[in-house]
Write a protein that binds this ligand. Sequence first.
Ligand SMILES: *[C@@H]1O[C@H](CO)[C@@H](O)[C@H](O)[C@H]1NC(C)=O
Ligand SMILES: *[C@@H]1O[C@H](CO)[C@@H](O)[C@H](O)[C@H]1NC(C)=O
Ligand SMILES: *[C@@H]1O[C@H](CO)[C@@H](O)[C@H](O)[C@H]1NC(C)=O
Ligand SMILES: *[C@@H]1O[C@H](CO)[C@@H](O)[C@H](O)[C@H]1NC(C)=O
Ligand SMILES: *[C@@H]1O[C@H](CO)[C@@H](O)[C@H](O)[C@H]1NC(C)=O
Ligand SMILES: *[C@@H]1O[C@H](CO)[C@@H](O)[C@H](O)[C@H]1NC(C)=O
Ligand SMILES: *[C@@H]1O[C@H](CO)[C@@H](O)[C@H](O)[C@H]1NC(C)=O
Ligand SMILES: *[C@@H]1O[C@H](CO)[C@@H](O)[C@H](O)[C@H]1NC(C)=O
Ligand SMILES: *[C@@H]1O[C@H](CO)[C@@H](O)[C@H](O)[C@H]1NC(C)=O
Length: 893
Amino acid sequence: MDPTLRRLLLLFSLLSLLLLLLPIRRRSADAATVFTEFLYPNFSASSVNYIEKDGVFLLSLSSAFSATLPSDSPQSPFVFTIVHSPTSTVVWTANPTNPAPYTAALSFSPDGLSISSNNSVIWSTPRLPRPATAAQLLDSGNLLILDAANNSLWQSFEHPTDTLLSSQRLPADAYLSAPSGDYRLLVTGSDAALLWYSVAASQQFWSFSSDPRSIKDLNAPVSYMAANESGLYLFSAAGRVVFEITLPPTKLRVMKLESGGQFSIMGYSGNGSTLDQTLVAPTGDCNLPSSCMELDVCTAQSQGVSCNCPASFHASGGGGGCIPADGSTPFSPIAGCSSSNFSGQINETELSYRSLGGGVSYIANKFESPASSVADFTSCQNLCTEKCSCLGFFFQNSSNSCFLVKNRIGSLVNTSNDGVFDTGIGYIKVLASTKPQLDSSGGASSSNLLPILLPSIAVFLLIIVLIFAGTQWWRRRIRHRAGKRRPRSTASSKPSTMKEVHLGRNHLWPFPADIGGSSGDDSSSDSDDISIPGLPTRFTYSDLLTATDNFSTKIGSGGFGEVFKGQLPDKTLVAVKRISAGVGGSVHGKKEFCTEIAVIGNIHHVNLVRLRGFCAEGRRRMLVYEYMNRGSLERPLFGAGPVLEWQERMEIAIGAARGLAYLHFDCSQKIIHCDIKPENILLNDGGSVKISDFGLAKLISPEQSGFFTTMRGTRGYLAPEWLTNSAISDRTDVYSYGMVLLEIIRGRKNRSVGSSGGGGSSSGSSGIGDVGYFPMAALELHERGRYIQLADRRLEGRVTEEEVAKAVKIALCCLHEDPSLRPSMAAVVAMLDGTVEVSQPRTESLNFLRLYGRGFVDYGGSATTGELITATTSSSSTVSYSYLTSQEVSGPR
Ligand SMILES: *[C@@H]1O[C@H](CO)[C@@H](O)[C@H](O)[C@H]1NC(C)=O
Ligand SMILES: *[C@@H]1O[C@H](CO)[C@@H](O)[C@H](O)[C@H]1NC(C)=O
Ligand SMILES: *[C@@H]1O[C@H](CO)[C@@H](O)[C@H](O)[C@H]1NC(C)=O
Ligand SMILES: *[C@@H]1O[C@H](CO)[C@@H](O)[C@H](O)[C@H]1NC(C)=O
Ligand SMILES: *[C@@H]1O[C@H](CO)[C@@H](O)[C@H](O)[C@H]1NC(C)=O
Ligand SMILES: *[C@@H]1O[C@H](CO)[C@@H](O)[C@H](O)[C@H]1NC(C)=O
Ligand SMILES: *[C@@H]1O[C@H](CO)[C@@H](O)[C@H](O)[C@H]1NC(C)=O
Ligand SMILES: *[C@@H]1O[C@H](CO)[C@@H](O)[C@H](O)[C@H]1NC(C)=O
Ligand SMILES: *[C@@H]1O[C@H](CO)[C@@H](O)[C@H](O)[C@H]1NC(C)=O
């Protein structure tokens, strides 16, 4: 008895000691509790407390919904959201339009919820009639604020953002607003409508009652919209159904107004991590104002849409969309002309009209009533001329109906599409060119720089010059391009999780030059006119030939191609990456290339190399980056030059980590780099550290991770999941980062023998390094607690053991075999800069390093990089990542 008791006592005291110690070690993480269902006053939370918990601070009873703060990156704005947990779908956002800085805090007090930063309130619930005693997150996704008697004082369901859930009502006069702010779903007293929203005058492009799938049940005013398991309804005040659209049964309905204007109804079966697309309104890919660019005629194809300029219009260069081929300029409303008068700003005699030709209509006409008191064509035209806000009109001869288009105009629809209302012939108001009209074929479209109101004489001269300069070249291009155009594919058949990306490709970035058919206007729509909002500067090949002095100074070469130093006319230095023929040219069409460029070009972060522009001519693909004068980390780290001091190394490590954290954060289009290595970390005088080549491994949306079909990356930095059929995620980059961090610590390549990268310098013989596989040595010395031996010998003791220990532990955490055990890049940043305590590496998830060390193989070595690995996929949402060889994926420098 006695010895047993003693043993028990010993065990007990050990346990209590552990319990005492645990909270101390993990204090920073455990300080934050995740509440279930209820939250009580005096609650306050900032992102930093909840980094480890993915930002979740409150769960509904069944965990179906969670209330979250941003968890990812100091660069990300502070938004307070409610998320459907299984699908990670954001269903409500407190402050979508006024994000707070990352350092803000959310608090709950008897006055309600508020977000404040630096003592100023950025968002709060309105003044409550009685003090709040609790906040409750229901399993329906509704967040309530309750008073002492459990009455609701405020609820998130009454303040929807862009999403509606089953059991949530959208009352008359309330609306959902798309994230872009351009679209609204409004419930009116008699219907529900999708609006292309503007303050001056919104244009309607869908109504519930006109949807072919809707049924009218009752003649009564509409009081609210709501959905349940069996359908979507407009209800009367008495709760009777006025209109209905029946839908297949599903457990939970999520209805979202997408940023492209579609109202998308999705269902969640209660299983899995995706929502199923049930229905999209409006029907037809052409029935959105932004199906194509301005004045582009959208024609529905069996797959997707094609966009063509109307006859006698051609693609404009700069802004996208179509402009009259005769050189006249579409009238654009003068700022502040919400009143109907010109007030002498423009001499009306300078205005005229250009016909859009037959077979073209405007989607908003269907929802407008024709202008009254118009007897004939002339009075319709005069009505438009008088109104400053009028951009054009449609006149139907047979019925004398006159439809004015006011304030703005989107894409047009081909009336041969199903369900399009023929509203006669359209006329666009233009500021007439006073010059003789041009022959518009071909060259006219090269007037890329045509600003809207440039005097037409300048336009004319520019066009003439360009025509002469480029005749030969254009002819060649046009011949080259013939018969190469394909219709775009549509998103509607894809699961909803891919919606964002596909909508982006199909609707938000329409390509006026993407011709499905064979319009007579073909030549002017050569794909050089591809116009995607946000595209960075487009350089011509000859611009770059001049800038790089005929590609004379090569500063790097590698996978994607060679890199040359160049100087732009404004004297800024640039690095011009000439993508090898066969990489960009054949794999990516120009359109895909431009789409990616538009995304990459819009990513700005101090730790990411800035894309200045690009060139896509014929089969040539070039990227123009800012110039980083110290080149890549590889040289100072492995080279024979002066030794990088520890401080500097850690600054590089943090900078690179920040850049990656930023890439991983962006919710809509998370970017996984896929090729983190010292060659892709660039340095500049003044200590800036930037990651290059991001985005080239294609974009990946958060839900899509795991559907790569091709292995990418560089041997030595490849995470195990590339070979084990598991999902590729941001944690895959974390692994590569861990490998790089070890190399930063040691100052040599992780593999010393037989590696293609070579050790570079043979500076000193580090006993550890010679073992071969440094990650294994790091693991073993970590277990023995002898970190100092791992540091670069060239530092000769100018670093403390403590500093090395911290970096080694972080690196090992990044190398965990189980990706879910690896920290996010944001957590790595926090650990490196000391705001969060360093976690302990988990040996059980690192033992594989020994295997790879002993056998002296690593994951990258055992398979040829770039070999086709089928790491897929059951779902239809396979992303087709194009095949690239290892050479191609490892970027230059
Ligand atoms: C909240 O804090 C205030 C003062 O800071 C205190 O008076 C009040 O009792 C606290 N309320 C609760 C519910 O803890
Ligand atoms: C916070 O506010 C104070 C005074 O209003 C100001 O001086 C300070 O710069 C602010 N800090 C930040 C981080 O904005
Ligand atoms: C309010 O609801 C909570 C949780 O359901 C319950 O514990 C509490 O007794 C209720 N209070 C009142 C006054 O009904
Ligand atoms: C959904 O609501 C409609 C209209 O009130 C009703 O007829 C129908 O039975 C409801 N469906 C379910 C599954 O409750
Ligand atoms: C969930 O999925 C499994 C397998 O796909 C299926 O057997 C099960 O019936 C599903 N459950 C529900 C509630 O749909
Ligand atoms: C337009 O301006 C003219 C003269 O400037 C004025 O007579 C007329 O009433 C104005 N019309 C409107 C609708 O403001
Ligand atoms: C408009 O221009 C015409 C011809 O250029 C000129 O005769 C007329 O006086 C101008 N009208 C005004 C209001 O300036
Ligand atoms: C419409 O009517 C006007 C006048 O009656 C005529 O000049 C014009 O050609 C007609 N247009 C069409 C498309 O029929
Ligand atoms: C409209 O569609 C028809 C049939 O698809 C096509 O022949 C015609 O060229 C299209 N019109 C325009 C202006 O694109």
